[in-house]
Design a protein around this ligand. Structure first.
Ligand SMILES: NC(=O)C1=CN([C@@H]2O[C@H](COP(=O)(O)OP(=O)(O)OC[C@H]3O[C@@H](n4cnc5c(N)ncnc54)[C@H](OP(=O)(O)O)[C@@H]3O)[C@@H](O)[C@H]2O)C=CC1
Ligand SMILES: O=C(O)CCC(=O)C(=O)O
Ligand SMILES: [Mg+2]
Length: 417
């Protein structure tokens, strides 16, 4: 297939050293996927804000060199009707090591499977990292939204989310059901006719690499606790196993000690000397406790579907998915993306909040080690929100705010840096 990616005339490739450390040149090439729906609105301000932050922090010494790569609807327009995720897009993310994407549409029921999930699976980006914090002045349904300060580690490669399922009435679904009923002695499938069926894989290896990263993050960032969120009372051998694998890893690899006979345990942070508690909570109870007692939770490690639900719920507590950033991280490769989707009803209106993707870009700058530029993005966001110059989602909930378009909010972030 003919290449459609235009490599910028300047810029260099980010590499990874033998010890796993990123080697970031002063002029890195950054692949980006514009995204479907509101991707066309939020991607340009994200680029503009990041470029401005880098220039303000480093003058002309450093610069991001953007390289457009394609996925989703724009890929079908560029490569042909059936090409949603071109091989060269995957190769570019793999080769250039750090990329950022807008949201991609997934039809409900039929049609293509999620391209977002496909990118995570095919690049083995097993951590979905979604920090949730409050920006002063943001409208929130909580009385004390500043108490919500959590970092979600969502397992990105397993669970029912992986898409191993068969449609009701197909020969495949009937075959799986027959296997379960006739060979495995399963009697609990209430209606075996016209029954869709899905599989929920949760492995020790998949859990351990996620929980390991979450505990390491807690150590590196001097956080108080890591909570394993699961529904292991009901799904004993999947969600329950996640909890057990997680606790066992904390003890074996991080020397965690049981508290009062367990299962909660604690370890001493080797960097700060502080105690990190490793605990667990059942997912439904967690969803009420994050509203009632958010201060008790810090780093969250959970499986794919829980992590999806928890991400949007926690985002709502601090102002909504308009400012909820994220990253998909694997070994030596990272793809940054907002928590929200394509919000199709707003597409192309220059209306929505670009804050989620801008803050995903901020995470990307931090990942590159460009801390000064990342700090400027935060300063710009804080300033724009504190000045009440905001997009529709905040303006409708704030007294005396000035309504800005998506692009104008990006400019407001820049002028507040
Ligand atoms: N990683 C990804 O690429 C993701 C893709 N998706 C896909 O996106 C599509 C649409 O999903 P949907 O369920 O509607 O969820 P969305 O996240 O796209 O939108 C739901 C609602 O959230 C609010 N919202 C979303 N983005 C913003 C923003 N930038 N600024 C302000 N408000 C925002 C809007 O609320 P209001 O109506 O109140 O204004 C919007 O109607 C689906 O195909 C889904 O699969 C979904 C999530 C992630
Ligand atoms: O892939 C999708 O369309 C939805 C994904 C999603 O909601 C998420 O990852 O948070
Ligand atoms: Mg989601």
């Amino acid at each position: 297939m003919e290449s459609k990616i235009e490599r910028p005339t300047e810029g260099e490739v980010i590499t990874v050293a033998a010890d796993g450390a990123l080697q970031v040149p002063d002029h890195p090439i950054i692949p980006f996927i514009e995204g479907d729906g509101i991707g066309v609105d939020v991607t340009p301000p994200m680029r503009k804000v990041l470029d401005a932050a880098v220039e303000k922090a480093y003058g002309h010494r450093r610069k991001l060199h953007w390289m457009e790569i394609y996925c989703g609807e724009k890929a079908t327009q560029t490569y042909g009707a059936d090409t949603w995720l071109p091989e060269e897009t995957l190769a570019a993310i793999r080769d250039f090591r750090v990329a950022i994407k807008g949201p991609l549409t997934t039809p409900v029921g039929g049609g293509i499977r999620s391209l977002n999930v496909a990118l995570r699976q095919q690049l083995d980006l097993y951590i979905c990292l979604r920090p949730v914090r409050y920006y002063q002045g943001t409208p929130s349904p909580l009385k004390q939204p500043e108490l919500t300060d959590m970092v979600i580690f969502r397992e990105n490669s397993e669970d029912i989310y992986a898409g191993v399922e068969w449609q009701a009435g197909t020969a495949e679904a009937d075959k799986v059901i027959r296997f379960l009923t006739e060979e495995m002695g399963v009697t609990k499938i209430r209606f075996t006719q016209e029954c869709g069926i899905g599989i929920k894989p949760i492995s020790r290896a998949g859990t351990e690499r996620l929980v390991r990263a979450a505990i390491q993050y807690a150590i590196d960032n001097d956080r108080d606790s890591v909570t394993l969120v699961h529904k292991g009372n009901i799904m004993k051998f999947t969600e329950g196993a996640f909890k057990d694998f997680g606790y066992a890893l904390a003890q074996r690899e991080f020397g965690a000690r049981l508290i009062d006979g367990g299962p909660w345990c604690e370890l001493t942070n080797p960097k700060s000397g502080k105690t990190i508690v490793i605990k667990d909570v059942i997912a439904d109870a967690f969803l009420q406790q994050i509203l009632l007692r958010p201060a008790e939770y810090d780093v969250i490690a959970t499986m794919n579907l829980n992590g999806d639900y928890v991400s949007d719920a926690l985002a709502a507590q601090v102002g909504g998915i308009g400012i909820a950033p994220g990253a998909n991280i694997g070994d030596g490769v990272a793809l940054f993306e907002a928590t929200h989707g394509t919000a199709p009803k707003y597409a192309g209106q220059d209306k929505v909040n670009p804050g989620s993707l801008v803050l995903s870009g901020e995470m990307m700058l931090r990942h590159l080690g460009w801390i000064e530029a990342a700090d400027l993005v935060i300063k710009g966001m804080e300033g724009a929100i504190a000045a009440k110059t905001v997009t529709y989602d905040f303006e409708r909930l704030m007294e005396g705010a000035e309504l800005l378009s998506c692009s104008a909010f990006g400019d407001a972030v820049i002028s507040n840096m």
